[in-house]
Design a binder for this molecule. Structure first.
Ligand SMILES: [Zn+2]
Length: 502
């Protein structure tokens, strides 16, 4: 059994879970579910980022201690992921002792390597970004390019990580590991940032108390990146001498948004190199789900609460939409019309209709008992193509491609039924053969679709009278044509995806 370790960014608890968080977390969940079907020993990690100035300010505004404030927000993320049927194996909070231990260990290693040094910094600082900007990076009127608000002039004594020393090493490493960032055009963005020149970055603050003190100088607390990025190591036991963190590390994929490429694909590998820790095996960079052409954020006010949409299209309808609608890596445009349109076409008209049709005809023409498929069925090739397409899609962290291949088999099976019209035929060998083929295709579809629509897949699995659970199935052995032997009662049940009036 091989291990598979995948992470989402940890989410900053200054806002409640929104569509952007849900998007990345659903992609990670579907990818994890796919790898469990492959028989991998999966660890799926998500969590919350709880330190920093913004949290301190939000807690002050709420009249709470920062810890108490975080304790009210972090469970909202955990609860949202439960409602979206997210199967994370761990949930890390940066206020946990195991995280402190990992951050201290990583900082100390980089300090001992001579790559963290004390210096004075002055510059233009956006409090909302928690980041300094050069004049070229600011908008023409001197505003923060992200928040479009004024920046402050800050000057303070900081420890700096000497990122500027890592340009050649990073370029060499990426050259030796082609394709490690998916999709490729996002990898090129990371290389462009490295080639453009690397500036040392600040890793500490004395002006802040809500953070992790540096192990060699407790006047300073660790600032954003050493604190946040290290969570991926904390969950492996890094920093705990009784645990071999390399049982999980290096990570297979960091799922990230395109706005944090610099930190994850430039800062993070340099930090790991300095500390003598192996680099990640992969990064998968997603675009933004835009609402009215803008990134959804608390500050722009166009926040869509994903949990509200579950009430309209169900958990699986929502999961399917975010996975299928946008090519991972590119920006997507979220719209309510798009959500309902895709639900009606792909789920109600295709998957839901196929499951209902098969059960209805088996009920009327086969006494409600599923017949066996033909070994030389015309659908066998379509099934093999769907398995191959889904496998290559998930392998490339391209959920929309994997689902497109899976839905190809749904469409082929619906077309097969329309061509043969078993509902018009008398019961007998011909109808049995057609329905056996359709049942076998539906069994395979149910396995392939389960990472995206887990509840629905399990329900179809039970209605087909198949033994065990869909999550017990293994790819490729259980998606080979002929796994269905027939003889089980098929139940129709209520519609899986009732059409929504649009
Ligand atoms: Zn800003």
């Amino acid at each position: 059994m091989s291990g598979f370790y995948v992470t989402t960014p940890i989410y900053y608890v200054n806002a409640e879970p929104h569509l952007g968080h849900a998007y990345t977390t659903i992609v990670g969940d579907a990818l994890s579910r796919w790898h469990r079907l492959l028989g991998d020993d999966v660890m799926y990690l998500t969590g919350t980022d709880e330190h920093g100035l913004k949290i301190r300010q939000a807690a002050d505004a709420a009249g709470q201690t920062p810890q108490a404030f975080c304790d009210t927000i972090a469970p909202k993320f955990a609860d949202a992921w439960t409602r979206l049927n997210i199967t994370n194996d761990d949930f890390i909070r940066t206020t946990e002792p195991r995280h402190y231990a990992a951050v201290e260990e990583l900082l100390q290693r980089c300090y001992d390597a001579g790559d963290i040094e004390l210096d004075t910094y002055s510059g233009k600082y956006c409090v909302a970004c928690e980041e300094y900007f050069t004049d070229e990076e600011l908008l023409e009127d001197g505003l923060c390019p992200i928040h479009k608000r004024p920046v402050d002039h800050f000057e303070e004594e900081n420890y700096f990580f000497r990122l500027s020393r890592f340009q050649d090493r990073l370029l060499k490493w990426y050259d030796e590991h082609p394709g490690v960032i998916k999709p490729e055009f996002r990898g090129n963005e990371a290389l462009g940032l490295i080639r453009g020149g690397l500036r040392d970055f600040s890793v500490s603050r004395t002006s802040l108390d809500w953070g992790i003190p540096l192990p060699w100088d407790e006047r300073h607390v660790a600032y954003v990146w050493f604190d946040a990025l290290t969570n991926y190591l904390s969950a492996t036991g890094f920093g705990d001498p009784s645990v071999d963190y390399t049982n999980r590390w290096p990570v297979d994929y960091h799922l990230i948004g395109k706005d944090i490429i610099r930190h994850h694909c430039v800062y993070w590998p340099a930090m790991l190199m300095s500390a003598g820790v192996d680099l990640p095996k992969g990064w998968a960079v997603g675009g933004w789900l835009l609402v009215d052409g803008e990134k959804m954020a608390k500050s722009t006010g166009n926040v869509v609460n994903p949990l509200d949409l579950i009430d309209v299209v169900g958990v699986d309808g929502f999961r399917y939409y975010v996975l299928a609608e946008t090519s991972y890596g590119s920006d997507g445009d979220f719209s309510f019309e798009g959500l309902v349109g895709r639900y009606n076409s792909d789920l109600a008209n295709n998957l839901g209709n196929l499951a209902a049709r098969v059960a209805t005809v088996v009920g009327k023409k086969c006494d409600g008992v599923g017949p066996a498929p033909r070994s030389d069925s015309p659908l066998a090739e379509a099934a093999a193509n769907a398995v191959a397409g889904a496998t290559s899609g998930w392998d490339a962290v391209a959920p929309s491609r994997a689902l497109d291949a899976t839905w190809g088999l749904i469409k082929a099976t619906n077309a097969y039924l329309e061509t043969n019209e078993p509902w018009k035929s008398e019961p007998g060998a011909e109808v049995n053969a057609v329905m056996g083929d359709a049942l076998e295709a539906l069994r395979i579809i149910t396995i392939l679709a389960s990472p995206a629509v887990p509840q629905t897949s399990e329900l179809i699995w039970q209605r087909l009278g198949l033994s065990g659970s869909v999550t017990d199935q293994r790819i490729p052995s259980d998606v080979e044509w002929g796994g269905y032997t027939g003889g089980a009662p098929v139940e129709k049940g209520t519609p899986l995806f009732p059409r929504i009036a649009s």
